[in-house]
Design a protein around this ligand. Sequence first.
Ligand SMILES: NC(=O)C1=CN([C@@H]2O[C@H](COP(=O)(O)OP(=O)(O)OC[C@H]3O[C@@H](n4cnc5c(N)ncnc54)[C@H](OP(=O)(O)O)[C@@H]3O)[C@@H](O)[C@H]2O)[C@@H](O)CC1
Ligand SMILES: Nc1ncnc2c1ncn2[C@@H]1O[C@H](COP(=O)(O)OP(=O)(O)O)[C@@H](O)[C@H]1O
Ligand SMILES: [K+]
Length: 505
Amino acid sequence: MKIFTSAQIHELDKYTIEHEPITSLNLMERAAKALTRAIEQEWSNRTPVVVFAGPGNNGGDALAVARLLSEDGYGVSVFLFNVHNKLSADCATNKKRLIEGKRVKQFTEVTVNFDPPQLEAGMLVVDGLFGSGLNKPLAGGFAAMVKYINQSAAKIVSIDLPSGLMSEDNSYNIRANIIRADLTLTLQQKKLSMMMADNQQYLGRIKVLDIRLSPEFIQRTESRCSILEEKDIRQLLKPRGDFAHKGSMGTALLIAGSYGMSGASVLATRACLRTGVGKVITHTPKRNYEIMQISVPEAVLQMDTEETIFSEPVDTEDYHAMGIGPGLGTSEATAIALIAQLRRCTCPVVVDADALNILASHRAWMQQLPKNLIFTPHPRELDRLAGITSSNCTERLFKACELADRLHGYILLKGHFSALCHPDGKVEFCSTGNSGMATAGSGDVLTGIITALLARGYKQADAARIGMYLHGLAGDLAIKDLGKESLIASDLIDYLPKAFLRLEE
Ligand SMILES: NC(=O)C1=CN([C@@H]2O[C@H](COP(=O)(O)OP(=O)(O)OC[C@H]3O[C@@H](n4cnc5c(N)ncnc54)[C@H](OP(=O)(O)O)[C@@H]3O)[C@@H](O)[C@H]2O)[C@@H](O)CC1
Ligand SMILES: Nc1ncnc2c1ncn2[C@@H]1O[C@H](COP(=O)(O)OP(=O)(O)O)[C@@H](O)[C@H]1O
Ligand SMILES: [K+]
């Protein structure tokens, strides 16, 4: 699913009106019907409803929703904010329709002073103040009203976007002046700001309502950001031929583990094997020998000369892909071995965990890295790698994109919606995964999965796409049986078979 910018959404709206047999007013009515249906699914008509409408088309939607809800027997009070005496054409028409319909309990047009209504538990606020047309942070009376609504015990449903939240970048927004919705009913597609962890507090649950905007425009318009869905991943998967043998399914090298962190090498190796690769060779310190042999009998071991750390780079000619970093530690000897390893590597590579931490503390080395590496940082690792000091998620994403461009590699920024940043500036978000996966070792599993896919011959972009999707899908399938609280990283590996089966259905 593409994620368009607010400017593109505006174009899409316009194009639909010009090229489909629908007027702008009827498109608003279509949106309002979808919004009303979604509200009625959640709240019965015994719920008192207070609608706050702004002067633009978001307000127009809200007025139409107020009319439709009142026609269905809801008791609706409406406040239309028209402080500049300027309504959009469709908002003005919907105001007229609402007044002529005479069904709403109360209609107040606020032009100067506003006497706020009592908002109580059990009531529903419909927030239609501002949507994708918001062009600056809310201030003054609007900010005061947002705060008033937020502090009330009423439930809040926002139309398209919580008012005050920008569609894309909220780095310079005033966060106290944004509606905190319980439910956001967004039109046609998610907006970029909805993918950011720090905006979750405003969005509540999100439902996307299809209002049938021009499919032709959607198809031919390029978007920088998109959300990967099951159908995209299914198209990428290559069938396993009947004549496949272990020599044809790829040989993967994992460099992982140190004393006290052998578990990381176990998890990455098991995940790699479960991702259908022909052979896995795990290079690990001597001390891990028995642990690995017993935990993963399917793996071939290559022991480092050191007892407890990774200390010497190895030839990669015999391998189709390499994954490096899980549980590696950050000792100076390991750091030197790592950079030598990355420089001499001839196969596709996944760089994770301590390998990222080492690069972060030796940033000058990053100029020596080969192209097309896949980096899999979690937010803190990215912050260290890119020298980010702010905790703003949008800024972090943009920095990840800059880094992908600078390194000519792939940055898979992990999180609830993991974001794959391509070297050409594109960003793909992962739609699978859940908070049960917020448990130590989940990232090691991802490294194993992507390394296997690279070894099997998938190009970097596809291996990262399929890998993050499969990993999240395994988590989603696992919690159906195990719940989120008890999930541990090895469960993800155990549910990889089911994830594959689901994608092959
Ligand atoms: N595209 C679609 O798919 C469809 C979209 N639809 C709906 O349209 C919505 C977009 O409508 P929109 O473009 O009229 O913008 P909207 O959010 O109502 O705000 C514009 C008004 O706000 C004002 N304003 C801005 N910032 C402000 C501030 N900080 N403080 C104060 N005022 C501020 C701005 O004034 P200006 O600054 O331009 O003078 C203008 O008056 C969209 O979210 C969806 O709900 C559906 O009906 C049909 C299909
Ligand atoms: N709330 C969440 N929703 C979806 N996925 C999550 C969530 N929390 C963690 N994950 C996933 O779990 C993995 C955690 O990786 P990481 O932080 O590197 O763990 P570790 O270093 O312990 O192995 C990532 O792939 C991330 O996307
Ligand atoms: K809104």
